[in-house]
Write a new protein. Structure first.
Length: 769
């Protein structure tokens, strides 16, 4: 029986398979990590276990292994394991986790799969904010980590001053220029960002396969030996787990495995080819002598050939960091062209078998297909909370009073996004601020406010453009006697990064006042405020559970575009095994539950910026998170993942939405994510092109041209050279099949086509069904 090992780094898991489960010694030297004394090349990928369901884990791990990874990395999610606070926090939590791992014999030293452990995360990036406390805290972490005796090395990322034996590692888009502080420590890259996360209001960030491959190949060219993709699978921030503020429910990250766990092609395949190649060169890369040949005419380090030489075998990398120019070099009497911003890998120092800019992997085009067309809705109203004069002596259920403004995080303990702030104000003609109308003016550090004056909605506002505190004002109609003021403050993910982020306040902390038409003011901050956490539909009624005795209205008189409405429907489980998503395109903002499972916050009415998308997505030059974006001027997130394990195998599923802003549920759709077509654009070379419809059948060729075609998937054009047999050759090789391989040569296309100075290439687009 094969024994599967999960290699694991503390805040970050690693995996591999071995023939037996004997204890493994993990050590290191200046060159590499050593497993049982042998230096290793390790390609690892981050997969965070709370961002998928347990049912998804086996296929995620399989797809990671098939993608050529040796290890998986995961953070240990403190918030998931210890939602409530205790004292002396890092020590208790870390000891608990380490003891659990030891008990299950999970460390490599015990025969388990964990080969590295990390303590703290990017503390070095924020340490200066802690002044003189930073160094003792760092040293305490190091001493403490060592005292846990786990038998595998500890690492700290972004911590150049970490003392040995802690291994300091690099996080970033590129780590080729990263140097170890000491010659006894290997070069490890813990977070190679494959893309970026997304905020409400932002377009989708992408990082091209060419650029990620370039960054990885350069890291290994310059003596890197362990790298980890952040993320390899990003997944979903279910429930209220997304941080922020304003991080979306999807955490897709444009990772090699998409949010649903499907391969993201061509990125997955292009990187897989690189992993297998690097692995095949493991001995030479980790034991060989390195030498560099500079091409000074192109600028130092701009173009360099690196040679690793071991026991008579050699491997070479040609790296071109010029973002504009393809560079021609002569190496040992042979001429090569290294395309701009690319690395060529030559496992025999003669033949280029891989170039990071030449993608010989298919592109998968996924589409959302309606599974259930029309849904019948029932509805209920979420009541607006308020306090009246009599409540001051007899508080309503769940309401606590204070004569000050309280921080939302403190009152809710982060158990809900919502906190009601309620007060009363007695006014009549003798009052200096008397008027038929008053203006309520306040400052809030909550992210959203809804204001009610005498139980009438007078205004709402939400934080935008990265400014999470703002001023709000709205006009209320005054009546004689007691006037009620209710403010609902809502957060959308709390700050989860940076120095002292835990001390960032949230909610209505003042100033807050009423201003009369004659400009007289009344300060309300010391009023008697009633506080109530959460929503009636969640905390008291649990409407997201499908219990019969809850009274719902409808389907007639369905409210559309009205705030604070609960909607409920049921739908059949879509057939087949494709991922299921909920299209909430015409909804506003709120939360969705399927069979009682919270699938996350939605905010489809928050559109991404109209500007900032570039359909070309040029991979040349340094990447930054806004470099290559799609979906400008559309809902930030239209589709919400419903993991298969949340659905009943047969029969009906219960779907409940809480709509906070107003939306139209009539257009809500249950859809499946389906591979509808594949494309490829590959140059002739010593390679075959493997194509697959992944369980489906290739049914139709939309486009095929061997010659000098141009364009991108969905918009290919023939050039002036085109083999007349392009379509028939692909037809014979692929149609009616699930997968096929095409030899990219004139042999296949039965034509000795001459494309002049251009390289012959194939562009194809095939439908899958
Ligand atoms: C790393 O070392 C190389 C060679 O000594 C040097 O050229 C480079 O500038 C260093 N990189 C950094 C980021 O210090
Ligand atoms: C070096 O190469 C020789 C000949 O190919 C082989 O017999 C020997 O085992 C190799 N030594 C090492 C340490 O790999
Ligand atoms: C390489 O290029 C140089 C300069 O263009 C040329 O003179 C030489 O003949 C080429 N060598 C080979 C082997 O093609
Ligand atoms: C928050 O925690 C405090 C102190 O542990 C407790 O008194 C209070 O009831 C909690 N509030 C909520 C909403 O859970
Ligand atoms: C193609 O690859 C095969 C196997 O790696 C090799 O034997 C052959 O020489 C290569 N042909 C060319 C034209 O590079
Ligand atoms: C450590 C590291 O490589 N950091 C880089 C991360 O990526 C950004 C954007 O390209 C660079 O500015 C950082 O230097």
């Amino acid at each position: 029986m094969e024994c599967h090992r999960m290699f694991f780094v503390f805040s970050i898991i690693w995996f591999a398979s071995y023939l037996n489960c004997q204890s493994t010694e993990v050590s290191y030297d200046g060159r590499a990590l050593k497993i049982d004394g042998e230096r290793k090349i390790i390609n690892s990928g981050s997969i965070h276990y709370p961002r998928s369901t347990t049912e998804m884990w086996p296929s995620l791990i399989k797809n990671a292994k098939d993608g050529g990874l040796d290890a998986i990395e995961t953070y240990v999610f403190w918030n998931a394991h210890e939602p409530h606070r205790r004292e002396d926090e890092v020590k208790i939590f870390t000891t608990l986790i380490v003891d659990m791992m030891k008990k299950e014999k999970l460390f490599a030293s015990q025969g388990g799969p964990i080969i590295l452990a990390q303590i703290e995360n990017e503390f070095g990036d924020v340490a200066n904010k802690f002044g003189n406390d930073a160094k003792p805290y760092l040293n305490w972490n190091v001493k403490f980590a060592e005292s846990l005796n786990i038998g595998v090395p500890w690492i700290m990322c972004q911590q150049a001053d970490a003392p040995e034996p802690i291994i300091h590692t690099c996080n970033g888009y590129y780590c080729d220029g990263f140097n170890q502080s000491s010659k006894t420590i290997p070069k490890i890259w813990t977070e190679n960002w494959t893309g970026w996360f997304k905020d409400w209001g932002s377009p989708d960030p992408h990082r091209t396969a060419e650029d990620v491959a370039f960054a990885v190949a350069r890291f290994f060219q310059f003596e890197g030996t362990v790298q980890n993709y952040y993320m390899y699978h990003g997944g979903t921030n279910f429930g209220r787990t997304s941080g922020g503020p304003y991080i979306t429910t999807t955490y897709d990250y444009d990772a090699p495995l998409n949010e649903y766990g499907l391969v993201n092609q061509p990125k997955w395949g292009h990187l897989k080819q690189l992993h297998l190649l690097l692995k095949s060169m493991e001995k030479i890369l980790t034991y060989g002598d390195k030498s560099d040949h500079q091409y000074e005419e192109y600028g130092k380090w701009q173009m360099s050939a690196t040679i690793y030489d071991y026991n008579g075998s050699r491997v070479c990398f040609f790296g071109n960091a010029d973002k504009d120019r393809d560079l021609r070099i002569t190496f040992e009497g042979r001429n090569y062209t290294v395309p701009a911003w690319s690395v060529s890998v030559l496992p025999d120092c003669e033949t280029v078998v891989y170039n990071t800019a030449h993608v010989h992997t298919q592109t998968n085009v996924l589409d959302k297909v309606n599974s259930v067309t029309s849904l019948e809705w029932q509805w209920r109203v979420e009541p607006i909370q308020h306090i009246s004069q009599k409540h001051h002596t007899k508080p309503p259920k769940g309401v606590t009073f204070a004569t000050e403004l309280l921080d939302q995080k403190t009152v809710t303990n982060d158990t809900s996004d919502y906190l009601w702030y309620m007060t009363t104000v007695d006014l009549d003609e003798s009052d200096p601020i008397w008027g038929r109308e008053v203006t309520l003016k306040l400052h809030t550090t909550g992210h959203i406010i809804h204001a009610f004056f005498n139980r009438k909605h007078i205004g709402s506002k939400y934080a935008q453009n990265g400014h999470f505190e703002f001023d709000f004002e709205a006009i209320g109609k005054v009546k004689h006697g007691t006037n009620t003021i209710t403010l609902l403050s809502a957060t959308v993910g709390l700050q989860n990064y940076g120095a002292h982020y835990d001390h960032i306040s949230n909610g209505i902390l003042g100033p807050i006042k009423l201003v009369a038409p004659n400009n007289e003011e009344m300060d309300l901050s010391k009023n008697k405020w009633g506080y109530k956490v959460g929503l009636n539909g969640i905390e008291e009624r649990q409407l997201f559970l499908d219990t019969e005795h809850r009274k719902w209205r409808g389907p007639e008189n369905l409210p559309v575009n009205r705030m604070f409405i609960w909607y409920k429907t049921s739908f059949d489980t879509p057939s087949a095994d494709e991922p299921v998503v909920l299209n909430l395109e015409d909804m506003g903002k709120g939360t969705a539950w399927v069979n009682g499972n919270n699938i996350g916050r939605y905010w489809t009415s928050y559109f991404s910026d109209k500007n900032g998308c570039d359909s070309k997505c040029d991979y040349h030059g340094s990447y930054y998170s806004s470099k290559c974006q799609t979906n400008c001027g559309t809902p930030s997130q239209k589709w919400y993942h419903i993991p298969r394990s949340f659905l009943n195998k047969d029969g009906k599923n219960n779907l409940v939405l809480f709509e906070e802003f107003g939306g139209n549920p009539e257009n809500v759709r249950v859809q499946t994510v389906s591979l509808v077509k594949i494309c490829a654009f590959a140059e002739e070379g010593n390679t075959t092109l493997d194509l697959s419809c992944q369980g489906k059948t290739m049914t139709h060729i939309n486009f095929a041209s061997f010659g000098n075609p141009t364009g991108v998937c969905g918009a290919f054009n023939k050039g002036n050279f085109d083999s007349p047999n392009s379509v028939s050759a692909i037809q014979d090789a692929c149609i009616g099949k699930e997968s096929c391989s095409i030899d990219l040569s004139t042999k296949t296309f039965k034509a000795a086509l001459n494309c002049g100075s251009e390289k012959r290439r194939l562009a194809i687009e095939i439908l899958c069904n």
